[in-house]
Design a protein around this ligand. Structure first.
Ligand code: ARG
Length: 569
C-alpha cells in the first residue's frame, strides 16, 4: 500500500532540505478527521528555519508540488499543515490490498530480529493464579503480533520449578504421601502437604534440616529426590495444561528455573571476577546503590543456595547464546519491578555484548481485582483458573441459550465467547492498570468486550450470507463509498499495520484491543446509517465489499490477541 505519511514527508523534505525521516516522525494523525488525514506541526522547524510556524506552513504549502491524485487539498491552520488524502485513492489502496492479501497487515519489518518472550511461568506445586493468566494472555498476544510483523519469536515458559521448597515437599511426601491423592488433584494436595510440612519445620529444627538436606540431594542428582521432583513437576504441568488447552497457549521452550541449576556457577564466577560480588552477613551480594537501587541483589544466600535472581542471570546468558535475541520481554505483574531492575543491572556485569543487556525489558502489568479484593494465595481466596474459564463458558452458554436457542454447536461457540471474553478483558486497558473483574461487564455483548467484537464479526458474516456471492474488487464502484461512515472505516482499515507496529513499540496489546472496538463501533454506525442490502446494485455491492473487509480485519485482529471467532452466535 502507498505510505502516505512517507510521501508527505518526502515532499516537505524537497522544499525544506531537511531529512525526510525526521520530518516523517513529526507527522501526526489529527484526532478529528475534519482537520485532515495527516497534519504536520511546523513548530518543530521554527528553530532551524528561524521563522514563526504559521509562516513556515504557508511557505511550504506554496512551494510544495504534491500530486493532486494523492493529496486532494492542503490547509494551513495556525502552525499546522493539514493534508487531505484523495478519498478514492485511499479507498482503492485499502480494499484492493484486503482482497488480495489473506494476511492483511502482515509485515517484514521484523525480519532478521529475534524476540524472546518470557511469559506465563506458573510455579510447580502451587496454584496457577489469575496473575499468571494475565501474563499468559499478554505474552501470547505480543508473541503473535511480533511474529505477524516478521520477527522471529521464541516463547518461553520459565517455570518456577526450582528452589528450597522442593526439599520441603519431598520431606512432606516422604512422611505423609500415602494420605494424599496427588495424582487426582496435584496442586491442591501438594499445597496441603506444603502447608503441613512448613508447620512442622517451625516446630522441629530437625525436620527443617532434613528438608535442606533433601534440596541439597536434589541438586547433587540423588535418584529418589529427583524422581519425586519429576513427579511433582509432571503432575503440576498436566494440571496447568488444562488451562493452556482452554486458552490455546503454546510455548517454544519449557526451560524453567531448574534448567539453569548447572548454569549458575558461571554467573557466580564471572561476578566474583568482576570484583563486585561482596560478602554480607554470610551471603554474596551485589550492591546497586550507585545505580539508584537501594536493595542489593542477592546472588548466593547465607545457607549457600542460589536465588531466583541468579537463575534469571544464568537464563540471560543462555538465551543470548542460544537465541541471539534483540529483545527479551519479561511479562509479569508489577510486583516484580524491583527484581527485574536488579537483574538487568547485574546482567551488565556478566561481560556480554551490551546489545543484549539493552534488549532486556520488563513488561509489567497491574493486579486483577476481583469483587472480593486482590487475589492471593495467602488470603485463601484463590479461584482455580480452570474453574474460572469454565464458569465463563457456562455463563456464555446461558446467554446464547437465551438469545439464540436454535444455534448449532452451542458448546463450541460458548467456549469461544467465554474464553474470548476473559482474554479480551485482560487486554482491554493499558496493561499497567489494575484490572477489575466483573462478570456482567466482561460478557456484555453490547459493551466494549470480546463478545462485542465477536458479535460484530458474526453480523458481517450473516450480512454476506444474504447474497449469493461477494462482488470482486474490480466490480465495485468506489464512488459509492465516499460517505462519512464508510470513510471512517476505510481509514481505520488503512491504519491496521501501523496499529500493530505501535503495539510492539509500547509492548501494549491494548492498542490493538482499542482499535478493534473502534472498528466494531464504526461498523455499527455504518450499518445503522447505511442500508447494506439496498435497491441499487452498485451501492449494495460496494457496501457488501466493505462489510467483508471489516469482518476480515476484525478476525485477523482478534486472532492476534488470541481470541477465536465463531461464525454464528
Ligand atoms: N514464576 C514466577 C512467578 O510466578 C514468574 C517468572 C517470570 N520469569 C522470569 N524469568 N523471572 O512469579
Amino acid at each position: 500500500m502507498i505510505d502516505f505519511k512517507q510521501i508527505i514527508a518526502q515532499e516537505i523534505a524537497k522544499v525544506t532540505n531537511l531529512s525526510a525521516k525526521e520530518l516523517e516522525s513529526y507527522i501526526e494523525v489529527p484526532k478529528d478527521s475534519k482537520n485532515g488525514d495527516y497534519a504536520f506541526p511546523c513548530f518543530h522547524l521554527a528553530k532551524t528555519l528561524k521563522k514563526a510556524p504559521p509562516m513556515i506552513a504557508n511557505e511550504i504549502k506554496d512551494k510544495m508540488e504534491i500530486k493532486k491524485e494523492i493529496v486532494d487539498k492542503i490547509e494551513v491552520v495556525g502552525g499546522y499543515l493539514n493534508f487531505y488524502i484523495q478519498k478514492i485513492l485511499l479507498t482503492t489502496e485499502v480494499l484492493k490490498e484486503i482482497e488480495k492479501n489473506k494476511n492483511y497487515g502482515q509485515s517484514t519489518i521484523g525480519n532478521g530480529k529475534n524476540i524472546v518472550i518470557d511469559y506465563s511461568a506458573p510455579n510447580i506445586a502451587k496454584p496457577f493464579h489469575i496473575g499468571h493468566l494475565r501474563s499468559t494472555v499478554i505474552g501470547a498476544a505480543l508473541y503473535n503480533i511480533y511474529q505477524y510483523l516478521g520477527y522471529h519469536t521464541i516463547g518461553i515458559n520459565h517455570l518456577g520449578d526450582y528452589g528450597t521448597q522442593f526439599g520441603k515437599l519431598i520431606e512432606g511426601y516422604k512422611l505423609w504421601g500415602k494420605e494424599y491423592d496427588i495424582e487426582r488433584d496435584p496442586i491442591d494436595e501438594l499445597t496441603k502437604i506444603y502447608i503441613r510440612i512448613n508447620q512442622l519445620c517451625k516446630e522441629d529444627e530437625k525436620v527443617l534440616e532434613a528438608c535442606r538436606n533433601n534440596f541439597k540431594k536434589l541438586e547433587d542428582g540423588d535418584p529418589y529426590c529427583n524422581k519425586l521432583w519429576k513427579k511433582f513437576r509432571e503432575l503440576s504441568l498436566k494440571e496447568f495444561q488444562k488451562v493452556y488447552d482452554l486458552l490455546g497457549s503454546k510455548f517454544d521452550s519449557w526451560n524453567g528455573e531448574a534448567f539453569f541449576a548447572d548454569k549458575m556457577q558461571e554467573v557466580i564466577d564471572t561476578l566474583e571476577n568482576s570484583g563486585k560480588l561482596i560478602e554480607s552477613q554470610g551471603a554474596k551480594i551485589i550492591n546497586l546503590e550507585e545505580k539508584g537501587i537501594e536493595t542489593p541483589c542477592i546472588i548466593v544466600k547465607s545457607n549457600g543456595s542460589t536465588t531466583y535472581a541468579t537463575r534469571d542471570l544464568a537464563a540471560i546468558l543462555y538465551r543470548a547464546r542460544t537465541y541471539d535475541f534483540d529483545k527479551t520481554l519479561y511479562v509479569t505483574s508489577y510486583e516484580q519491578v524491583l527484581h527485574f531492575k536488579q537483574v538487568f543491572e547485574v546482567a551488565k556485569l556478566l561481560g556480554m555484548d551490551p546489545k543484549y543487556t539493552d534488549g532486556l525489558e520488563h513488561v509489567s502489568f497491574g493486579m486483577v481485582l476481583l469483587p472480593i479484593g486482590k487475589m492471593s494465595t495467602r488470603e485463601g481466596n484463590v479461584i482455580k483458573l480452570e474453574d474460572l474459564l469454565k464458569e465463563s463458558i457456562e455463563r456464555a452458554k446461558e446467554i446464547i441459550e437465551q438469545k439464540n436457542p436454535d444455534l448449532e454447536n452451542k458448546q463450541d461457540v460458548a467456549k469461544k465467547v467465554g474464553v474470548g471474553a476473559i482474554i479480551f478483558n485482560d487486554l482491554a486497558n493499558s496493561r499497567v492498570k489494575d484490572e477489575v473483574f466483573d462478570w456482567d461487564m466482561i460478557l456484555n455483548f453490547q459493551g466494549e468486550t470480546g463478545p462485542y467484537i465477536q458479535y460484530t464479526y458474526v453480523r458481517t458474516k450473516s450480512i454476506l450470507e444474504k447474497v449469493e456471492k461477494l462482488p470482486k474488487f474490480e466490480e465495485i464502484n468506489l464512488e459509492k463509498l465516499l460517505d462519512e461512515y464508510s470513510q471512517i472505516i476505510i481509514k481505520l482499515l488503512y491504519n491496521f499495520e501501523e496499529i500493530l507496529i505501535q503495539v510492539t513499540k509500547k509492548e501494549e496489546p491494548s492498542i490493538l484491543s482499542r482499535y478493534l472496538i473502534d472498528l466494531a463501533k464504526a461498523f455499527s454506525s455504518f450499518y445503522n446509517e447505511n442500508k447494506i442490502i439496498a435497491q441499487e446494485k452498485e451501492v449494495q455491492d460496494a457496501r457488501l465489499f466493505l462489510t467483508y473487509a471489516v469482518g476480515k480485519v476484525l478476525k485477523i485482529g482478534a486472532n492476534l490477541l488470541g481470541i477465536q471467532m465463531p461464525t454464528k452466535m
